[in-house]
Design a protein around this ligand. Structure first.
Ligand code: HEM
Length: 461
């Protein structure tokens, strides 16, 4: 499809980019190493690049003001109706992430938003620390472990247990392991299916049959949990009960069963791997920067003196927060974002024809040398740099690990609290060291994975 010829209210000025007649080249690059491909485009053509993404005309954006315009200022001109989100719908249905119809998404977002208020989230602190202690008890039994542990998998298992327990409450214990196993299976299936979506899902190949079996199992458990909660009427504090109580402000209507199901599955899928990935890179950076680690240990010892952290400790651990924020800058798990132009617009002096796909990478923006001093350096204390050097980057919305505007991550406070409590619990008992000879390397796909799951050794403090 060539660039739209619909008359635009703007004088047509298109950004530079590779020839639109070589889509196979960019398709190969997209399959092969998308982040490298995007970075090469920026180095070659500048911060706004036009290229062909399979059949679609696309712009790559690398100026914070352009991304802000798409996500916030002019967000009504853009939607999420792109192939990537469409492909996730057989799995996630019509939940917040894959609801592509703006009016229906807004209604759902309003219904869900109160459940993510800080006051509700604060009540999940015990689940978060209890599950972490459970993991540490397994580490204790396992010994310090002379064999390296793929940390990403360990963090995934932990964040998934926390996500499902906060969503479904304590009644879920009997389902926890098989349900989480099915979720991981479906997630892994989708990782490979998104790379090569053939044959279509309705063809009964053995792989597809396994996917549908795991999906049916998860669906049946979620519907059972919904039915159980509707029957019991007891006062509960889990996220599912908040979803069931939510009522539309205007109509007073609650969500129907299918919507509650889709939102529950979406919260699980959107919440666990993103958080696990950031935590994995956190431990990697800490192992590589012993002075930062030492200062973190001091803060934890001073504030907690060996006890478990609670939600009330979040503000008492400012250095830990800085390390997390700097990790999110260098390794934002949502490293690639995209939208489609519903109508023509203008970005950075260039015309955006209707139906153009807009792509940007928080990973690249967070390392943009025009906005960050020594962008590749891990420096949790950037905040102490002169205002002109640091605030400028934050105020220009150059730090966007949780997105921006109306679609900003609904789980941001949940994730920050979870990461703080997990780190504060683990770092009081264990140090994590990179496996000898291992060189950390990103493996960007849906989230910002790590080669071999980042093998690390555990050492008791
Ligand atoms: C460190 C962890 C996390 C990161 C880096 C992260 C990142 C993001 C980003 C960048 C977006 C915006 C996507 C876009 O604009 O298209 C987003 C949206 C979303 N996130 Fe997160 N997220 C994290 C944790 C969580 C958690 C824990 C939950 C749930 C408990 C969650 C649920 C969601 C949902 C439902 C959306 C869609 C919001 C909407 O479109 O209305 N996320 N997340």
């Amino acid at each position: 499809m060539p660039f739209s010829s619909t008359p635009s209210p703007y004088r047509c000025k298109l950004p530079p980019g590779p020839s639109a007649f070589q889509p196979w080249k960019s398709n190969f690059a997209v399959q092969h190493d998308l982040l490298f491909f995007l970075n090469t485009l920026i180095q070659t053509y500048g911060d706004t690049v036009r290229f062909q993404l399979a059949l679609w005309p696309a712009y790559l954006l690398n100026r914070p003001e352009d991304v802000k315009r798409v996500l916030q200022t002019n967000s009504h001109k853009y939607d999420k109706d792109v192939l990537f989100f469409r492909m996730l719908r057989p799995w996630l249905g019509n939940g917040l992430v894959t609801n592509l119809e703006p009016a229906s998404w807004l209604r759902q977002r309003r219904l869900l938003q109160p459940a993510f208020h800080k006051s509700y989230i604060a009540a999940f602190d015990t689940i978060m620390t209890t599950e972490t202690v459970g993991m540490l008890q397994c580490w204790d039994v396992d010994g310090e472990g002379s064999r390296p542990l793929p940390l990403l998998h360990e963090m995934q298992r932990l964040t998934l247990r926390i996500a499902s327990r906060t969503l479904f409450g304590s009644d879920f214990s009997q389902h926890l392991d098989p349900f989480n196993q099915a979720l991981i299976e479906v997630n892994e299936f989708f990782l490979s299916y998104l790379r090569f979506p053939f044959p279509p899902l309705r063809f009964p190949t053995p792989r597809h049959k396994r996917f549908w079996r795991a999906k049916r199992f998860m669906d049946s458990v979620i519907y059972e949990m919904i039915a159980h909660q509707r029957q019991t009427h007891e006062e509960r504090k889990d996220l599912l009960s908040l979803l069931l109580q939510a009522k539309d402000e205007e109509t007073g209507e609650p969500m129907n069963q299918q919507q509650v199901h889709d939102e529950a599955l979406t919260l699980l899928a959107a919440g666990y791997e993103t958080t696990a990935t950031v935590l994995t890179w956190f431990w990697c950076l800490l192992a590589q920067h012993p002075q930062v680690e030492e200062r973190l240990h001091k803060e934890l010892d001073d504030v907690l003196a060996g006890r478990l952290p609670t939600g009330a400790d979040l503000l008492r651990l400012p250095y830990l927060r800085l390390i997390l924020e700097e990790t999110l800058r260098l390794y934002p798990s949502g490293w690639l974002e995209m939208r489609k132009a519903r109508e023509a617009d203008e970005l950075g002096g260039y015309t955006v024809p209707k139906n153009t796909i807009l792509i940007w990478s928080p990973y690249l923006l967070h390392r943009h040398p025009d906005f960050w001093v020594q962008p590749e350096r891990f420096d949790p204390e950037r905040i102490n740099l002169p205002t002109s050097l640091y605030q400028q980057a934050r105020e220009a919305d150059t730090w966007i690990p949780f997105g921006n505007g109306p679609h900003r991550c609904i789980g941001q406070h949940f994730a920050m609290m979870e990461m703080t409590l997990l780190v504060a619990t683990i770092a009081q008992r264990y140090r994590l060291l990179l496996a000898p000879g291992y060189r950390p390397e990103i493996e960007p796909f849906i989230t910002l994975g790590a080669r071999q799951g980042l093998p690390m050794l555990r050492q008791r403090r």
